[in-house]
Design a protein around this ligand. Structure first.
Ligand SMILES: C[S@@+](CC[C@H](N)C(=O)[O-])C[C@H]1O[C@@H](n2cnc3c(N)ncnc32)[C@H](O)[C@@H]1O
Length: 275
């Protein structure tokens, strides 16, 4: 991916996909992946390993087993991975929001303490980013955040039941600016359909981007999914609070957003409600 994962910040940048069958290493090919439709599986990418500091490794070893999960990509064992959210969060009756591509979790950790009634699941493919969020969660005593390592699209499909989520967040997704890579963009017809299927009626999809071309791309897609009612972006936070039942103020300018703002990029935000 081209944001965090292809900048100098990411030691885990994806390489050009190998289109051969061998590259799938026994995993099912994309055509067997239903809801994501034409979204290319990240399983066809190889990733450079990111490194953690000793401190992060210790925090990881101690806390990941109860606060984190890894998507099982093995087609043989991966069948029944749907998360029992009440069990994982140790409480019942709380709605869940999934953030796809949480990066280093700066906004995740800033928002979660303001939405303690919600379970927050941050999904990221970049382990050092998850390690940073894990550190913030542990140090900050944040109790309503859990993490999944894996491709957010596959995680949504395999680990969350239909109609189970109150919200899905996609903040500053990798823009994949080259035309031949547009099919890798997270926001596209098939993934909007998948997201809609995982949201419960009234659930909210919130997307933000600073990338003008990606924004134009999203503009074309705002009404493509019948189950998602496009709400636009009311600039007034009070109006947003009245319109949607989840927190929409991202609280903090992340490094990626800051870089965009430095280049005088315009931040575009989008909200949809599951019908
Ligand atoms: C540009 S960064 C933005 C990070 C963060 N949301 C922020 O605003 O600072 C995009 C992030 O999405 C992650 N990412 C890209 N594709 C993903 C996918 N399919 N599933 C999960 N994470 C993904 C990348 O590793 C990267 O950390």
């Amino acid at each position: 991916m081209s944001g965090m994962s292809t900048t100098e910040n990411s030691p885990e940048s994806p390489q050009e996909p190998d289109s051969s069958r061998a590259a799938h290493r026994g995993r099912p090919l994309q055509t067997e992946f239903n809801d994501g439709r034409d979204y290319p599986r990240l399983g066809s990418f190889s990733f450079r390993r990111g490194t953690l500091t000793d401190n992060q490794e210790n925090t990881w070893d101690e806390n990941w087993p109860h606060l984190g999960r890894v998507l099982d990509e093995n087609p043989v064992t991966a069948d029944d991975q749907v998360i029992d959210l009440d069990d994982w969060f140790g409480r019942t009756g709380h709605d869940t929001i999934v953030e796809i591509g949480s990066g280093t979790g700066t906004s995740t950790a800033a928002m979660a303490p303001l939405e303690t009634d919600h379970n927050i699941v941050a999904v990221e493919i970049y382990r050092p980013g998850l390690a940073k969020l894990l550190g913030s969660v542990v140090r900050g005593g944040i109790t309503n955040v859990r993490m999944v390592k894996g491709d957010g699209v596959e995680v949504l499909q395999r680990m969350f039941a239909p109609c189970s989520l109150a919200g899905v967040r996609v903040y500053f997704p990798d823009p994949w600016p080259k035309a031949r890579h547009h099919k890798r963009r997270i926001i596209q017809t098939g993934t909007l359909h998948l997201i809609a299927s995982r949201l419960k009626p009234g659930g909210i999809l919130h997307v933000a981007t600073d990338h003008a071309d990606y924004a134009e791309w999203i503009d074309e897609l705002v009404n493509v999914e019948d189950d998602l009612e496009y709400l636009g972006w009311p600039d007034d936070p009070a109006v947003r609070d009245e319109t949607v039942p989840v927190l929409t103020d991202r609280q903090i300018i992340t490094k990626f957003e800051g870089k965009g703002l430095d280049k005088e990029h315009v931040i575009r935000e989008y909200l949809w409600r599951r019908r």
